[in-house]
Design a protein. Sequence first.
Length: 277
Amino acid sequence: MNVYVDFEELKNLYNENKKITKEIWKEKYYSKYKKVFDAMLKYLYYTDLDTLLNYVETTDFDKLIKNSEEAIKNGYIPKILSLIDRAKEVLNFNEDFDVYFLIGFNHINGTSLMSDKPFLYFGLERLINENINILVPHEFNHLVMNFKYKEFDTRKLKFKDYMIYEGIATYFSIYFNKLDINPKDEAMALFIPQEKFEILNKNEDEIRKDIMNLLNMEMNNQIMMNYFTYDGDKKLKQGYYIGLKIIEKLVSLGHNIVDLTYMDSDDILNLYFKNQI
């Protein structure tokens, strides 16, 4: 495990210039961590670098730097590294990987995306407001799946892949923390309020019917925004939710979450549909 913490450089750039411009960010920060930011562009933002650069002009880096400094002072980095070590043991993962603690645009708390070498990214500016006991096992589970599913980089991710990908990681965070399958703990694992999870439960049949028609659609920005983000209104992470329910069903039938982590999404769905008959 190789750990990279880059807080001071962006802080110094901000102090020197009293702002971070597109040019400064691209030349001094993006270029240094191109692998990480390019993966975000491809698999999370679904856009190009020029579009991402627009965020630079509207980002309050002064606030984000202060939040990052607070996270570091409160020991978030060693706490996260300790959780990673535990997750490695649970998932029997012994491959080499990188961990990046960087300052983003206050959009991403943590992620692990397809790459030549597995990596974890944590947005330092968001950590003080996050439940890292849930976040870290969730993202480490993604890292393991990314390592196993390198073929995703040569074909378009489909809705079903992303749904299962998130369902497994969400369930793993429940398993890792020895939580129960109930609305309170499931909502915590989804990073949404319990009352919103109850809305998902109430409308599960309707949501499932809608999503089953999308399984083979290629992922794009619109699908990501509509089914895998949260706005507290209509966007309640429906894709995560149905993915979680599929994994909960399979675990209830005797399948192990560690074994499911190493399975292909098509094989997991075949198991699920077989038991729906």
